[in-house]
Design a binder for this molecule. Structure first.
Ligand code: BT5
Length: 259
């Protein structure tokens, strides 16, 4: 498939029919320094699509938008990097709103429609943090049977038929670029760029009773009360307020309603 609209927004694109993982490929390309910021790698199918924590992202050929964008952040404030996944989720939310689909952001990297996951974002950096790749998948034409889990949904299921995947990707990148350049102008300070306020107003997680599962296997239950200046989720438990930078979040009231 061709991506003429995306070409106008990205700073160079490469669209491949199939690959292992666009994030993995773009991280490898980033090291050569030949590719500029906003260079975008797109594919129709991934054989080893990555989620966080060694999980998989699965989508059948041609069913989705799957792409990774290259950034070379020069924030004076390193907390800026913590915001990149949320920023892409907000850009996707904005692009979906343009199609008439209301969505919310589930901290740290999901976009939900009606409580179900329509999109996931994965930001990965190279070892010296000189390049960051932000990859995302948006489910477009999958039927319920074609989706990998019952907690997933697609634009088709949400009622948006005949979606132009090129236009959706172009709008997502346009919106991301605006947010990123604002954050850059503010030196990486999410407060000054109003990014934090915007993410909070789009959040499905703030105000929820959540169970956070940490990468070390421990977990905690509390109310998600805020997102701090570094993009970390603040969870108020009976003992103390936790500042969570990495973990999985289960919205307990929603999970109960779905039982
Ligand atoms: C994510 O991880 O949601 C990040 C997904 C990022 C995918 C993009 S595609 C382009 C780029 N290249 C890559 O290799 N990756 C990025 P996480 O929060 O860990 O969620 C993973 C979980 O989401 C899986 O364990 C499944 O339960 C679920 N899942 C997998 N495929 C899905 C899909 N198509 N729709 C909804 N949920 C899915």
């Amino acid at each position: 498939m061709d991506y003429p609209k995306t070409s106008l927004v990205a700073n160079g694109i490469l669209a491949v029919q199939e690959t292992g993982s666009t994030n993995q490929d773009l991280l490898a390309l980033a090291d050569s320094k030949n590719h500029p910021e906003f260079f975008t790698l797109i594919t129709e199918y991934q054989t080893a699509g990555r989620g966080r924590l060694d999980r998989k992202w699965q989508a059948n050929p041609g069913s989705s938008v799957m792409a990774s964008v290259l950034l070379r952040p020069s924030f004076k404030d390193p907390t800026g990097i913590g915001w990149l996944s949320l920023m892409m989720a907000e850009a996707i939310r904005t692009a979906l709103a343009g199609l008439g689909i209301e969505s919310k952001i589930k901290w740290p990297n999901d976009v939900l429609v009606g409580g179900l996951k329509i999109s996931g974002v994965l930001a990965e950096a190279n070892s010296d943090l000189s390049a960051v790749v932000v990859g995302f998948g948006i489910n477009v034409t999958q039927t319920a049977k074609e989706l990998p889990t019952s907690s997933a949904t697609s634009l088709l299921i949400a009622g948006a038929t005949s979606v132009d995947r090129d236009a959706l990707l172009a709008e997502t990148l346009r919106s991301f670029k605006d947010l990123y350049l604002e954050l850059l102008d503010a030196g990486g300070d999410a407060e000054a760029s109003a990014l934090r306020a915007r993410i909070i107003s789009s959040s499905a997680t703030i105000g929820e009773l959540v169970e956070v599962s940490f990468p070390d296997g421990t977990s905690a239950v509390g109310e998600a009360v805020a997102i701090d200046e570094g993009g970390r989720l603040q969870v108020s438990t009976s003992a103390k307020t936790l500042s969570v930078s990495a973990g999985d979040v289960l919205h307990l009231r929603t999970a109960k309603r779905e039982d």
